[in-house]
Structure formats: structure tokens, C-alpha cells
Design a protein. Structure first.
Length: 562
């Protein structure tokens, strides 16, 4: 199935032009490249095994941009584009500081990057990756991790994300931006917020300021994010064109705190106190602040000591209201139930000042029991009072070495969140969003690498997906023990990380009557249709799984609409 992905830069060919270039190697770790600007893009050759080089772009004796990129030494893995026309200068100087051991890399003057630099009128973003998902959001190229600043307005879902435009490894954190009308097919937009003197642009959130509380205009989009410089501080920016472009607030930062890990603000409007509330991760606790105008913030309280899992740093909090009950989403890395990163949550109450958990401190609740579900946050201003979540579909144990190059990482399918009871405890239900129902195509008898498999379960069940190479994924539901398991230890490629091959298991909180399994080239997401259980795992089969065997259930396979 071809991926439907509209792109601002997508073209079928790369037009490369010759251009004036003068490279001067000044030492074993310093070089300068003068270029006469002839085309829109300078294509930078990347070799992933190399160390980052720091590049300063100088126009008219002023530094106009700084970033890091793994410049090719002896082999070009891929190219990334640098928009050089936007600087408005006919000539640019690239001031490059190199890192790494030159005794092993060789003489700087012989590096492949100098001769392989190219200028081009276009940059080709057509899909060249066998493992790129068809109906999950991915960046057109480069690295992506946490979803950021998600909101809905005027029929459009806006998704920002942690993005490196200059390679498929974590670096140069920028807010990338994609939009969708159906949560399935996404259009990548120009980058929204780029690093500045306060630091890289780490995770955060965005809200629609309907009543002009901040003074930037009624309906302005206000983004709050972490400025990651020498310390992590919180900043805001505003958009008056629906989230396409942002202006940074002149008096940033707006919140500071003396801690090394202080990040990921999630903002929402609290009707009862008529204030904005922000929840922030501070080491291994959550801090809560309030504001009338999103500029002046007052500390309210903290939560987290002795509650839940503390095996790693807490990140990306989200505080959600379900009637009279509240849920605090809290992502942790490491500390997940099967290693690495995962999303835990707490249920309780919130009075506008303090969150109170209604479970015992020793209780840990996991939102998803797979290895590849992290940085989960929800859309602001979602229609019909829906609470819609997306997660980063990877794990910090191996996210940078999975077998893709053009891009790295995808987001989960959208999930609508609700609450349910099991005994005396309240739990979070994750249900595939209605948009996933609308994406169903015709029924088919053939298993493919882009489909939804529905299994009506009768007691215990076993589902095996396999291919002719002997690779397989086995899923088992134990009706007596009320557990579900997914085994990907023989699923395909896994030698890129010792942490990848794994079997994951979870409680089902009651009987499962129907399973919904979403398969998309390199991922499997298994849901109890009532949302009481969900498990997300990446897979990299060397050929698609083309056979399904089911014991204990009736199977229906749906195509996913192109």
C-alpha cells in the first residue's frame, strides 16, 4: 500500500546544480566552506557512524544559524537539506568544527563531505524505506521523538513534534509540524519553532486562547515549551495564523526552577478557578503552576514522591479531566515494565491547586504494556469533548539504531481515552479512535503488512503471524489468568539491539471478547476492543507476514484505505 503523505518539499527528482565552492581546511578539527548561493537547498551528505560536526552559517559576517550534523567522511548514507535561500545572501560561509579521532577517520581534506556537497532546487522526500508506516504519522525525513503542542481547530488536527531536520539521530531539537483532517493522513508543514539563544526547543504543548487572556489576540495559538540551554526553562510563543508560524514572547523564559531536569509543560484551562494550569516534570516529581495570562506563573503544588515507578526520569506529564475524576499521565525513562521507556498514570482528583492520587503509593498503572509507547500526550481543544492521545512509537533503548535511515520513528494510532473500574481501582481505557474505524477498507482473506485484524475471541486464544522466512509474532490471550502476551523474539531483524527481542505481557482487567490488531509495515498494536488492554510493539520482518493462524477465535481482516 502506498503511503498517502503530502509534503511541502516532495518531488520525484532532485535537480542538482554545479556551484562555486571553496573549502579551506584550517586544522584537524576546523574547516570553512564558502559557497555562492545558486539554488534553494544545500544538500548535506550524512554518514551516521561519524561524530557530529558543528556548523555555523555566516551571512554578511553574522551567524544566522547553528546546528550539528554527522558529515560524511568516506561514505554518504543520505542527504539532508539546508534552505540557503532563506538567509537572503548571495554568499554564505560554513564555519565547521569537527569532532572525532582523525587517526581513524583520516585526513580532513579527504573527507567525502567536501566533494559531495550539492546545491539543488528541490529535495526528494518520496518514500524509499521498506519499514515506513502507511497509516501512522512519520516525518518525511530526519529524526522524530515526542509529540508536542497538539491541538484541534477549524477541522484540522495539528501535531508538532521533536524534530531533527539535519539527520535521523537525536539532535538540533526543533518543533516540526504536521496537519491532518482525519488523524490518519498527514501533511508535513514548515518547521514551527526553531532553537534560539535560550537553547534547543524541547517538548511542550499548545492551546487555543479563545478569550485573549494572554493579549496576543482572541483565538491565538499559544505554545509553551522547554528552552533547553545551560538550564531547562519554560518559554512561550504565539501564533495568529492558526499555528503555521510562531512569534516568541520577548520576555522569555516565563518559568524557571533550579533543577537539571525541568521540562515538558502541558497547559490547560481550568474553568473552576478561571486560570491556566501547567504541569511540569521536575526530576522525579510533577510541579503544578497557575496563571491568568500565561506570562506570570504561580507555583501551586507538587506530586509524585513515593508514588508509582521511580526507576527513571519523569517526563511529558498530562493532567486530564473525566467528569469528576482526573488522570495524570506521566512518562518515565527508564523504568518501563519490559525495559526502557513507557507511560504510567495516576487516577485521582484535582482542585485547581493540588492533584491527589486515590491509589496506594505503591500502585503502578501502565497505559500500554508494549515496549514502544512513550511520551504520550493529548490534543487540546478536541471536538465533542473527546480526549485523544498520541504516543511516540519507539523506545529510548534502541530508537537511534532501528533499521531505517531516511527517517526514524512514528507515532501510534490515535486513541480515545475513557475510564473503567476493575474492583476498587479506576483504570484508563485506550480505544482506537473512530477515525480508525473510518479507515477500514474492504474485507480480505489475505494477511498483509498494512491491515487491521479483528479476532472474535472464545475463551483463550492464540494468534500467530508468520512469513516464509520462518519469522513470526505470537500473541496469546489466557482467559483463565486474564493475561495477554506478545512475543516478538523471532519477529525479524533484532540484532541492532540486545534490548529489542522480547515477550511482553499484561493484565486484561476482565475477559476479552474481541481483539483489534493493527499491522503497519513495522509495528503491531493490539487492543482489547473495549480498551481495557493495549500493547504496542515494533517489528522488522525481512519480508511481510503473509500467514495468520488463529486458535480460539474467528478472524476478520480489513484493508486500510489508501
Amino acid at each position: 500500500m502506498k503511503k498517502r503523505f503530502i509534503a511541502m518539499l516532495t518531488l520525484l527528482t532532485v535537480v542538482v546544480s554545479a556551484f562555486a565552492q571553496q573549502t579551506q581546511v584550517l586544522s584537524e578539527n576546523h574547516a570553512m566552506v564558502k559557497i555562492a548561493v545558486a539554488e534553494q537547498y544545500l544538500l548535506l551528505p550524512v554518514q551516521e557512524r561519524e561524530e557530529n560536526a558543528n556548523v555555523r552559517i555566516i551571512a554578511d559576517n553574522n551567524v544566522v544559524q547553528t546546528f550539528n550534523v554527522r558529515l560524511a567522511v568516506d561514505k554518504v548514507d543520505y542527504y539532508v537539506p539546508l534552505d540557503i535561500k532563506r538567509f537572503g545572501s548571495k554568499q554564505l560561509l560554513l564555519d565547521i568544527t569537527l569532532r572525532g579521532d582523525k587517526r581513524t577517520t583520516g585526513a580532513v581534506k579527504d573527507f567525502a563531505c567536501w566533494k559531495d556537497l550539492k546545491q539543488s532546487a528541490t529535495f526528494d522526500t518520496k518514500n524509499t524505506e521498506k519499514y515506513r508506516p502507511a497509516y501512522h504519522h512519520t516525518p518525511l525525513y530526519g529524526w522524530m521523538n515526542d509529540p508536542n503542542g497538539m491541538f484541534f481547530k477549524d477541522g484540522v488536527w495539528h501535531l508538532y513534534f521533536q524534530y531533527n531536520p539535519y539527520g535521523s539521530q537525536w539532535e538540533n531539537m526543533t518543533w516540526g509540524h504536521s496537519t491532518s483532517k482525519d488523524l490518519i493522513h498527514w501533511t508535513q508543514q514548515p518547521n514551527a519553532i526553531e532553537m534560539d539563544a535560550l537553547g534547543q526547543i524541547f517538548s511542550g504543548s499548545a492551546v487555543v486562547d479563545k478569550n485573549n487572556t494572554a493579549g496576543f489576540g482572541a483565538g491565538a495559538i499559544i505554545a509553551m515549551y522547554t528552552s533547553a540551554g545551560q538550564h531547562q526553562t519554560q518559554s512561550i510563543a504565539y501564533s495568529t495564523d492558526g499555528g503555521q508560524t510562531f512569534t516568541k514572547y520577548a520576555d522569555n523564559p516565563v518559568i524557571t526552577f533550579a533543577a537539571p531536569d525541568f521540562r515538558d509543560p502541558k497547559v490547560f484551562w481550568h474553568e473552576e478557578t478561571a486560570k491556566w494550569i501547567v504541569v511540569l516534570a521536575a526530576g522525579q516529581e510533577i510541579q503544578i503552576y497557575s496563571s491568568k495570562n500565561m506570562k506570570d506563573w504561580q507555583y501551586e503544588s507538587s506530586f509524585g514522591k513515593e508514588y508509582g515507578n521511580h526507576d527513571g526520569v519523569w517526563e511529558c506529564p498530562d493532567l486530564l479531566k473525566f467528569g469528576n475524576e482526573w488522570v495524570l499521565l506521566l512518562n518515565i525513562n527508564p523504568g518501563g515494565p519490559f525495559g526502557g521507556s513507557a507511560t504510567q498514570y495516576f487516577t485521582g482528583t484535582f482542585d485547581g491547586h493540588k492533584f491527589t492520587c486515590n491509589s496506594k503509593p505503591s500502585t503502578t498503572k501502565w497505559m500500554d504494556y508494549g515496549k514502544d509507547h512513550y511520551a504520550t500526550v493529548t490534543f487540546s481543544n478536541a471536538p465533542d469533548n473527546r480526549i485523544v492521545a498520541l504516543a511516540w512509537m519507539s523506545n529510548w533503548q534502541y530508537a537511534g539504531v532501528v533499521p531505517t535511515k531516511q527517517f526514524r520513528s512514528a507515532n501510534s494510532v490515535p486513541r480515545d481515552l475513557k475510564l473503567f473500574k476493575d474492583g476498587d481501582e479506576t483504570y484508563l481505557a485506550c480505544i482506537p479512535s473512530p477515525e480508525m474505524d473510518a479507515a477500514r477498507g474492504a474485507k480480505t482473506k489475505k494477511l498483509s503488512d498494512v491491515c487491521e485484524v479483528v479476532v472474535d475471541v472464545k475463551g483463550s486464544a492464540e494468534i500467530i503471524l508468520s512469513n516464509t522466512k520462518g519469522e513470526q509474532v505470537t500473541m496469546k490471550y489466557d482467559d483463565k489468568a486474564r493475561t495477554f502476551a506478545m512475543d516478538r523474539r523471532n519477529s525479524g531483524l533484532s540484532n541492532f539491539s540486545e534490548a529489542f527481542a522480547a515477550e511482553t505481557t499484561c493484565p486484561t482487567h476482565g475477559a476479552i471478547h474481541q481483539l483489534r490488531i493493527f499491522i503497519d509495515h513495522s509495528s503491531i498494536e493490539a487492543f482489547d476492543s473495549e480498551g481495557k488492554m493495549v500493547m504496542t510493539n515494533l517489528v522488522f520482518p525481512t519480508e511481510p507476514y503473509n500467514t495468520i493462524k488463529v486458535k480460539g477465535g474467528k478472524t476478520t481482516i480489513f484493508e486500510i484505505k489508501n
